[in-house]
Design a protein around this ligand. Sequence first.
Ligand SMILES: *Cc1c(COP(=O)(O)O)cnc(C)c1O
Length: 222
Amino acid sequence: MSEIGQRYKEILATVGNSTLVAVSKFHPEAELMDAYNEGCRTFGESHVQELERKHTLLPSDIEWHFIGHLQRNKVAKIVPYVSLIHSVDSLRLLEEINKQALKVGRKVSVLLQLHVAAEETKFGFTLSEIEDMFQATAPEQFTGVCFKGIMAMATNTDDEKRITEDFENALSAFSRLKEKFFATSADFSIRSYGMSDDYLIALRHGSNMVRVGTSIFGSRGY
Ligand SMILES: *Cc1c(COP(=O)(O)O)cnc(C)c1O
């Protein structure tokens, strides 16, 4: 078995019933196939051009998740086939996804990206921004979109206490949104948080989808 395949299986064994998204950005197709050959069918990419290439070259039973910052002018490219967009971070982006989805006659699954980290630079909504948005336009009005849950990133720190706090905040924001806007929707159920360095903490604090890159594929060298 390949080293990547081995690491994929090892990590998969630690996530229990949660979904493992293998974050393959910057890694060549052959390395994705190492994971694929051990059963991996869910890959996360963060650049549209790279996703386009890999989607064309690799087997059609792969579910492609888009996890990076998404520009509105690139939405139309991925909407026909993307399985889940984790990084919806503005109303304008949401509207564009909705529009392009309706155009191709498909419902696109999305997560709302929450800003919980200390860094100013990370993208995402605050909880109250999402509440305001849905008070103005109810989620059901976005008929091309299926709201599946939330995505978050913890502060980039070794301080486990701070990371835990961020994840707890993500979890409580999820619960609040669920109660307020999605109480009757079984779809709204995903809590995507946790990466290579913190996914075990995330799983202890309510995550049910982790996005792991480096620990499977090695460093990306940029
Ligand atoms: C790159 C990336 C990951 C994976 O990070 P690792 O530390 O390599 O596991 C997860 N989520 C997002 C949004 C990313 O951009």
